[in-house]
Design a protein around this ligand. Sequence first.
Ligand code: PEP
Length: 249
Amino acid sequence: MRKIIAAGNWKMNGSREMTQTLLSELKTGLQAGTNADVLVFPAFGYLQQAVELVKGSVIQVGAQNLSTAEKGAFTGEMSGAMLKDLGCTHVLVGHSERRAMNHETSEVVAEKFAMAQKTGLVPVLCVGETLSEREAGNTKVVVAAQLQAVLDHCGVDSLADSVLAYEPVWAIGTGKTATPEQAQEVHAFLRNTLSALDAKIADSLRILYGGSVKGANASALFAMQDVDGGLVGGASLDSGQFLEICAAA
Ligand code: PEP
């Protein structure tokens, strides 16, 4: 039985005040308990504040990115060791916004995945196709290639200490959610691909769905056999919505 993960990617949103308010509302809302592992991914500048605020709660804090390098002359970058030092437990790698806007190739993503694990962070590897790739019938080819880059660089065993997130690019921030059946089809494909390499790892790996998850659609998505939670953007900035998503677990 895989435990559901409710993960909130705050992207480049927030302030000290918002971090304080949102996390205190989430802490209060989760006080009675939850069936989910709850993660939040604030921007770099608020990580330390978030780590302090979640102490004594079930909420864990992750970062949205890390450098491929260990340390040195990389102006504006953050290393995995720094994130770990701040108290982060997880880090996103390969989010489609970084693949598209920061030109991160699947090979760079694989290097970040390796660096996350080397520094003791759990990587949340994001894969997903664009609308034109889906319309051309290439969804599985695209996500398989994105996954393969990590398998080539790190090996299948590395997936044991990671989380996978299927995020169709056409569903991110658009209000267009994949149907539970569309999500299930890709999640099952990803799990089966890994199963051919290591059935045990494939069976225990948690695969999140991301793309306009909200309180109203989380239950139907999480009810699918291979959907093990959600990576949530917009709705994670609203404590009521995010708590509803946690409750769907
Ligand atoms: C995301 O950024 O990972 C995401 C899924 O965003 P949204 O929920 O806003 O579509």
